[in-house]
Design a protein around this ligand. Structure first.
Ligand SMILES: Cc1cc2nc3c(=O)[nH]c(=O)nc-3n(C[C@H](O)[C@H](O)[C@H](O)COP(=O)(O)OP(=O)(O)OC[C@H]3O[C@@H](n4cnc5c(N)ncnc54)[C@H](O)[C@@H]3O)c2cc1C
Length: 306
C-alpha cells in the first residue's frame, strides 16, 4: 500500500547540514520532511566558532533560530525522532522512525553526522567541549598562547602538534604509552621544543570541566589548560551503509556532483562525508546537496509534463 506521508525529500539529520538543505529546498517549494534525533556532534560545546554573522553562538541557539525560520515555510515538516530504518524501493525512499511513524519520498538526504571517540581517561567526559577539543580551527583561538597537551600517538599526534603550533608554542604530546613516533618526527618536535611524555596517564584533573593538570600514574603532574586529541570519528548512523553507499578510506561517504552518492536519488551532506569538519562547511554542503536535489526533481517534473 502506498505511504500516505509522501514528500519530495526526506532529510535525516537536523544539524547545520540538514537544516541548511531544508531551508533551500523549502524555499524551492519542495515538500520536505526533516527527522532529527537531537544528538549533534557538538553536544558538549557551548559556542560555535567561525560561523559568519554568529561567531560564538550557542549551538542549540543556532539550531533553534534556524528551525524558527523553517517553520515559517509551510513546505517544511519537522519530526523530532530517530530514523531507525530506511530503504529504497521502486525509485522511492521509505523511512520508519523509532516511534513507529513512516514516510516516503522521491529523494533522500542523509545529514546524520559523526560521533567522537573520547580519550579513555578519567576526566575526559567532563572536559569535553570546555577544555578538551579535537579541532584547532574551531577552538584554537580560545587556547592561543596557553599551555596545551596533545593526546594521541604516532602520526595523528604529530599532525596535531604541527597544526597547533600556530596557536601556541607551549605544547606537550602525551602518548599514554609508547609514542609510536618516527625518529624524524621526534627530531622535528625536539627542534620546536615540543616534549613527548610517554608515561601512562591516570586522569585529567579538572574543575567544572576546566583542565588543571594531567596526572600520570607515576604520581607526576603536568599543568595544562587545554587538551587537543586526534582520534578517529565514527558514523553516527548506519543508514548510509544500509542504503548501499560507498565509503572512502577514511570511512566517510563517497560523494559525486552536488553531494550525490552511488545510490540513485540519495544525497549526503555534513560531517558524514568526513572532509572539512566545520559547521559552516556542513551547512554549505547541505545547500549544495539541496541544489542538486532540486535540479533532479525539476528535470523529472518537466519530463513528465512534456
Ligand atoms: C566539542 C566540539 C566543538 C566544536 N566546535 C565547533 C566550532 O566551534 N565551530 C565549528 O565550525 N564546528 C565545531 N564543531 C564541529 C561541528 O559540531 C560539526 O561541524 C557540525 O555539527 C556538523 O554538522 P552536521 O549537520 O554534519 O552534523 P551534526 O551537527 O552532528 O547533526 C547531525 C544530526 O543528525 C541526527 N541524526 C543522526 N542519526 C539520525 C537518525 N538515524 N535519525 C534522525 N536523526 C539522526 C543527530 O541527532 C544530529 O542532530 C565542534 C565539534 C565538537 C565535538
Amino acid at each position: 500500500m502506498r505511504n500516505e506521508n509522501i514528500f519530495d525529500v526526506i532529510i535525516v539529520g537536523g544539524g547545520p547540514a540538514g537544516l541548511s538543505a531544508a531551508l533551500v529546498l523549502g524555499r524551492a517549494c519542495r515538500k520536505v520532511l526533516v527527522c532529527d534525533s537531537n544528538q549533534p556532534r557538538n553536544w558538549a560545546s557551548k559556542q560555535v566558532h567561525g560561523f559568519i554573522g554568529v561567531d560564538g553562538i550557542n549551538p542549540r541557539e543556532l539550531v533553534r533560530k534556524t528551525r524558527d525560520q523553517l517553520v515559517r515555510l509551510d513546505t517544511v515538516t519537522i519530526w523530532d525522532n530517530e530514523v531507525v530504518n530506511g530503504h529504497r524501493w521502486q525509485n522511492e525512499f521509505e523511512i520508519m522512525t523509532k516511534d513507529g511513524r513512516s514516510a516516503a519520498s522521491r529523494k533522500m538526504l542523509l545529514a546524520t553526522g559523526v560521533t567522537d571517540e573520547l580519550p579513555p581517561i578519567a576526566g575526559a567526559q567532563a572536559c569535553f567541549g570546555k577544555s578538551l577539543f579535537q579541532c584547532p580551527s574551531c577552538d584554537g583561538w580560545e587556547a592561543r598562547g596557553k599551555p596545551i597537551a596533545i593526546y594521541g600517538r604516532g602520526a595523528p599526534s604529530y599532525t596535531m602538534a604541527r597544526a597547533l603550533f600556530g596557536w601556541s608554542r607551549d605544547l606537550v604530546i602525551c602518548t599514554d604509552g609508547p609514542s609510536g613516533l618516527m625518529h624524524k618526527q621526534r627530531e622535528t618536535l625536539d627542534r620546536h621544543g615540543i616534549l613527548v611524555r610517554e608515561e601512562p596517564i591516570e586522569q585529567f584533573e579538572e574543575e567544572g570541566g576546566n583542565l588543571r593538570s594531567i596526572q600520570f600514574r607515576n604520581g607526576e603532574k603536568l599543568e595544562r589548560s587545554f587538551i587537543f586529541f586526534n582520534l578517529p570519528s565514527k558514523q553516527k548512523s548506519a543508514l548510509a551503509e544500509g542504503l548501499g553507499c560507498e565509503f572512502t578510506e577514511e570511512l566517510g561517504v563517497k560523494t559525486g556532483r552536488y553531494e550525490s552518492t552511488n545510490v540513485p536519488g540519495l544525497y549526503v551532506a555534513g560531517n558524514l562525508i568526513k572532509d572539512v569538519h566545520l559547521a559552516i562547511v556542513a551547512a554549505a554542503e547541505g545547500a549544495r546537496a539541496a541544489l542538486g536535489i532540486n535540479k533532479a526533481l525539476a528535470k523529472e517534473d518537466f519530463a513528465v509534463m512534456e
